[in-house]
Design a protein around this ligand. Structure first.
Ligand code: CP
Length: 302
């Protein structure tokens, strides 16, 4: 494939190849000289129509570690504000001899639409509430690193599943790698189609924590909630928030993940986020190696 638009489009062998490539790049990143010349003749544009800290910086760092030339574009200070369309914007950037596009957009399907209308490799860095494929890859890679394998592990995805692109990409990725997946949250924050995805559904967070090996805790995405959802943040935190008290009730240790940014005190308390149970910063670290692997493999099939 020339693009990475979603985990739905790739198979377990593709994911394993990305992981093995990322293993090599992770070793490179631990050396004193962290750079390789692999993409020396490639130019990559990071085109962000939505805010980002982790994804944007780790793509940029991955590109620089691969020796690519990098352009960074933010819609908020661009001519998009004057009414320029998505395709015009990207085609103008591509006319400057850009080879690959990494794009985040608030509309589900925007990178798929773009892939049919432009001539460049596209990597989806998050499209609305749809997919965030590199996040799912780095999440599964972090589980593999922590627990040895993903196959056979029980992963509970807890929180605002309805507005989450991380949830959908994680469900596809974990299932393709042979994990069991549960989603947990209030009914109002689970999408209606969730029952068709082959996941367990749980509304009692304490039961979800007792069931799982790994809890991937998701942010309550207030910016995507157009109507006032039940529960309120205070109610959410009381019934679904992960804190030390809930972990202390378990008869086992579990791994805590979060894609970031965290709403501290809402879906996750600091006494868990910053504890030995959490691999949140390892996820961020692994994001660079995973994104290097994705860019390297896509550039190789041009
Ligand atoms: N996890 C994630 O996508 O974070 P950013 O929105 O900061 O990129």
């Amino acid at each position: 494939t020339r693009h990475l638009l979603g985990i739905k489009d790739i198979n377990a062998d593709d994911i394993q190849l990305i992981f093995e490539t990322a293993d090599n790049f992770k070793e490179v990143l631990n050396r004193p000289i962290k750079k390789v010349p692999s993409l020396r003749d490639i130019t990559i544009a990071n085109i962000f129509f939505e805010n980002s800290t982790r994804t944007r910086l780790s793509f940029e760092l991955a590109e620089k570690r691969l020796s690519a030339d990098v352009l960074n574009f933010s819609s908020s200070n661009s001519s998009v504000k004057k009414g320029e369309t998505l395709i015009d914007t990207v085609n103008n950037i591509l006319s400057m001899k850009v080879d690959m596009v990494v794009m985040r957009h608030s509309s589900p399907g925007a990178p798929h639409f773009l892939s049919k209308n432009i001539k460049a490799n596209i990597v989806n860095a998050g499209d609305g509430t749809h997919e965030h494929p590199t996040q799912a890859l780095l999440d599964a890679f972090s589980i593999r690193e922590k627990l040895g394998d993903v196959a056979g592990k029980k992963v509970a995805i807890i929180g605002d599943i309805l507005h989450s692109r991380v949830a959908l990409s994680n469900i596809f990725c974990l299932q393709k790698l042979g994990a069991e997946v549960m989603v947990c949250g209030p009914t109002t924050l689970l999408p209606r189609y969730i029952g068709q995805l082959g996941v367990k559904i749980e509304h009692d967070v304490e039961k979800a924590l007792q069931w799982c090996d790994v809890a991937n805790v998701l942010r309550i995405q207030l910016e995507r909630q157009q109507i006032k959802y039940f529960p309120s943040l205070r109610e959410y935190s009381l019934y679904f928030g992960i804190n030390r008290e809930k972990l202390n009730k378990l008869d086992k240790e579990i791994v805590i993940m979060h894609p970031g940014p965290i709403n501290r005190g809402v879906e996750l308390n600091s006494d868990v986020a910053d504890s030995e149970h959490s691999i949140i910063l390892q996820q961020v670290e692994n994001g660079v190696a995973i994104r290097m692997a994705v860019l390297y493999l896509l550039a190789g099939v041009k």
